[in-house]
Design a protein around this ligand. Structure first.
Ligand code: ZN
Length: 134
């Protein structure tokens, strides 16, 4: 998936999340994202696109923290898990079986969001009560 599309999907998800806090607007500090190695998303590129996209929006200043998730396959011959490598055609090293089951590595999800809600407005306006000086 292209990083621009990914950022768009992220912003949509964040917008839905913001709506659930109405009427308050959460102040987002960090968005923790899990990105699998099998998603073809370049983390640096994604952060760059994110930073550009959130300028002048309610998310401005929010950091994108990317947690990489390694690709892990399961061999359907012997049930062993292994790290598929493109050089081996993603075949299992134990039985040379083609990769058919991916245990992890396709993740593209928001794991958590660090944020705070603005304090309810309890400020009191004090009007000058002293009588005008003569
Ligand atoms: Zn095997």
């Amino acid at each position: 998936m292209h990083e621009v599309d990914m950022t768009r999907a992220l912003l949509l998800a964040m917008e839905g999340w913001r709506q659930s806090h109405k009427p308050q607007v959460p102040l987002v500090d960090t968005v923790h994202l899990q990105v699998g190695a099998f998603t073809c998303v370049e983390p640096d590129q994604l952060v760059f696109t994110w930073q550009a996209a959130i300028q002048n929006s309610w998310l401005e200043g929010a950091e994108l923290a990317i947690e990489p998730v390694a690709l892990l396959g399961r061999c359907l011959c012997c049930s062993a898990t292994y790290t598929p490598e493109p050089e081996r055609g993603y075949r299992s090293p134990c039985c040379e079986h083609p990769m058919e089951e991916i245990v992890q590595g396709r993740e593209l999800r928001i794991r958590s969001v660090d944020y705070q809600l603005p304090q309810p407005d309890t400020a009191t306006a004090f009007l000058p009560l002293s009588a005008p000086r003569p």
